[in-house]
Design a protein around this ligand. Structure first.
Ligand code: GDP
Ligand code: CA
Length: 325
């Protein structure tokens, strides 16, 4: 079975772990979000790709959910001692090695897809991990400028999330460079040639949204003969963790499972979904999702452990069989 999965960081990789438990023999291609990427101290950092790589490769910090296990922070402390900004980004020593390899290979002329493939060899990754694009795309968030009352400014998504903890109002989300980006080698084929296309409970705006926004990708999702099944990242009226509610508000979408489903839209009506899993506590929304032309089902969606997450992955694959045309 060939499965293709569009993924952000923590939500995407947690789901992938369950999917691997549910279907250990599947051939899985992951198309990762790279709009969180940032250059710090000359190093190219790809947080979502690395979260998938470390999680599925066994190197992730279980406690933090990002970065490396057994991490030390000497480089970060030394940079701070020099008064170097930014100090808010967690650059661990082990993690820095990944960014050094990536940056050196990019500087030598390799594309990000080739670099990612090379990095994944070390981790013996049980999936093929592709960046959405080799081209630079970076999410910026428009906020009120604290230094200039009445005016606004755009900051990098990492500054909004890591430094400001998404505590200031996001007025607008912009994916800089996206209009000129091309899907990375292998991306369109992985969408066209798979048995099921899955959208895990990743952020609908700054993870899945930025992947779909790369010219060519949304059309490929619309046109694939594989069923497209999504899992809601919203349970009740908020995200399970993270800031999906804040960035959904910025694009005018309510934080409910049904509103996110309508935002993605039914493939039959020009959207990207055939099926949508929502949590059992949101079962009252099934009707309105069905009215939007999307096959919906309510199952427990808390990815609390691998068994529960594998059950979610199974439910998504079963829904795919039910909607297969
Ligand atoms: P990020 O890049 O690290 O922010 O991770 P993703 O974009 O892949 O996923 C973030 C989303 O995962 C958040 O919007 C959460 O609502 C969602 N999420 C996290 N844990 C769970 C869970 O246990 N169940 C569900 N349904 N969604 C979750
Ligand atoms: Ca992310």
């Amino acid at each position: 079975m060939r499965l293709t999965v569009l993924a952000g960081g923590i939500g995407g990789s947690t789901f992938l772990r369950g999917l691997l438990t549910a279907r250990p023999d599947a051939e899985i291609t992951v198309i990762g979000n790279t709009a969180d990427d940032i250059t710090l101290f000359g190093l190219r950092v790809c947080p979502d790709l690395d979260t998938v790589m470390y999680t599925l490769g066994g190197g992730i910090s279980a406690e933090r959910g990002w970065g490396r296990e057994d991490e030390t922070w000497v480089i970060k402390e030394e940079l701070a001692a020099y008064g170097m900004e930014p100090t808010w980004f967690g650059l661990g020593d082990r993690d820095v090695a990944t960014h050094l390899v990536r940056t050196q290979m990019l500087d030598a002329g390799y594309g990000l897809a080739a670099v990612t493939e090379a990095l994944c060899i070390r981790w013996n990754l049980p999936v093929r991990l592709l960046p959405m694009s080799d081209d630079r795309v970076e999410t910026h968030v428009v906020i009120d400028d604290p230094d200039s009352p009445g005016s606004r400014k755009a900051i990098h998504f990492q500054e909004y999330w890591v430094r400001l903890h998404a505590e200031v109002t996001a007025h607008q989300i912009r994916a800089i460079g996206q209009d000129k980006a091309k899907p990375a080698p292998g991306v369109l084929d992985a969408i066209a040639d798979c048995d099921v296309l899955l959208l895990p409970p990743s952020n609908p705006v700054v993870s899945i949204g930025t992947i779909l926004g790369v010219p060519g990708i949304r059309d490929a999702v619309r046109e694939t003969s594989a069923p497209v099944i999504g899992v809601s990242p919203i349970i009740g009226d908020g995200p399970v963790r993270g800031m999906a509610d804040k960035v959904l508000a910025a694009i005018g979408v309510e934080s409910t499972a049904a509103a996110v489903a309508r935002h993605y839209g039914a493939r039959a009506a020009g959207g990207v979904l055939d099926g949508w899993l929502i949590d059992t506590t949101d079962a009252a929304q099934l009707q309105s999702i069905a009215e939007a032309g999307i096959h919906a089902q309510a199952v427990p969606l808390w990815m609390t452990d691998e068994t529960l997450t594998a059950a979610i992955a199974n439910a998504a694959l079963n829904l795919a069989e039910a909607v297969r045309r």
